[in-house]
Design a protein around this ligand. Sequence first.
Ligand code: PLP
Length: 426
Amino acid sequence: MEPFHYRDGQLYCEEIPAAELADRFGTPLYVYSQSSFLGTLKALQSAYAEVAPLVCYSVKANSNLGILKVMAAHGSGFDVVSAGELHRVQVAGGDPGKTVFAGVGKTDEEIKAGLEAGVLMFNVESEAELDAIARVAASIGKVAPIALRVNPDVDPKTHRYISTGKKESKFGMDIERALRVAASSVAISSIRMIGMHMHIGSQITTTEPYAGAVAKGVDLIAQLREMGHPIAWYNMGGGYGINYKGHEARPVEEFARVIAPAVKAAGCRLAIEPGRVIAGNAGILLSRVLYTKQSGDKRFLIQDAAMNDLIRPALYESYHRIWPAVLPPGVSPPPDDADVQAPECEPWDVVGPVCESGDFLARDRHLPRLDRGALIATFSAGAYGMVMASNYNTRPRAAEVLVDGTDARLVRRRETFDDLLRPEIF
Ligand SMILES: *Cc1c(COP(=O)(O)O)cnc(C)c1O
C-alpha cells in the first residue's frame, strides 16, 4: 500500500489519519513514513544485489536523527558532506566504516574528524584537496582511503542548480585531470585510492545519463588500476529521480539494470548515495489554511507553512503536489497525474505568512475551495525540506513526526522562541 493514501475522505500516513497528527502535534508539521524509508532502502539493496551494494543514504536529504537511527539499524551506510553530518551519523549509531565523506570544501578539521572516525572513504573533489588529505593523514599517522570524484561530462537534463556532472561544474574533476592526479598520487603513502566516485546531478528521471557515465567509469577504473591503484569500489553517487507530479521517474530497478552490469564488469563493489529517492516521497508537510484572499483575478490561499519551512518551490522552481488532507464534501482524492485538472477547481497561489513575494508553495494551482482551518498536505516533501528550513521572520521551525504503522513518534519537537534566541548575546 502507498504510505500516503486516502481512505474515507481522509489522508492517511500508514495507519494514522493526517488530521489526527495535526491535532496532536500542531502545524506546520512534517510527517514521515518509516515503511517508505525502509522499503526504498530494501528495494535498492535487492536491485543491486549482484554487486554487493553499500547504500550510503545521503544525509543532506533528510538528516533527522530518528530517521538516521532507523536507517542504520537496517544496514544503511551514509553519505555525509560535512563534519556536522558525520557527527549526526555517529550520534544516531551509524557506522563510520560504512560512511563516505564528500563535499568540495572540506576543512583540515573536517578531514581529521573523518580520519579519526574511520570513514570508509573520502570523495576527493580536487587536486588541492587530495594534498590536504594526504598532509592531514600523515600528520596523525593515518592512511586516508579515498576515491576521486570524476565528472563524466554527461548532461543529466535536470534543473541547472542540481546538475553536477558537467565539465563546467564546481564539483569533481574531468577525466583527463583525474588521470593526471591519479598518476602523480601513486607514490603518496598517506593515501590509498580504493574507489572512483561519480555523482552527476539530482532528480534524474531517465537512465541514459547513468549509462553514459558508467561506460566512461569502467574504462577509467581499468586505467587507475594499471597505475597501481587498488580500486575496489565504484561509487555511482545519487541523483535517482522521484515522481513529484505523476509517473515521470523510472523505478529504481531500471537504474540498477543500467548500472549494476557495468560495476560488475569493472570487478568492483557498488556504493550508491541515494537521498531524494529514499526520503522524497516518504514525507509530507501538513499545514492549515489561515485566510483566502482575492486581488484582481488572482486568488491566494494563505496557510501556515512558508518558504522557511519548504524552500524548494522558491529556490528551484520545483513542483509539489498539494491537496486537502480532509476532503471537503464532493471532492475526490487528487488525480493520479498532476497535469490532469480535477473538476470544480480554481487556480490558487498557495502562499505562506513570510514577507517575501517568493514565499509560495505553488502558483496557479487548481484546488477545490478551502476554508479557514482546512488541513492541506504538500506531498513529496521528505527530501530537501526540513533540512533547508530556516528561522526567517523568527519563525520556529516545524515539528517532525515519524509514523510506523499505528505508531507516531515525535522525532523533532516544534521550536520555541527560547530555542531561537538562545545563541544570541545582548
Ligand atoms: C546531494 C548528493 C547526493 C544525493 O543526491 P540525491 O539526488 O538526493 O540522490 C549524493 N551524493 C552527493 C555527492 C551529493 O552531493
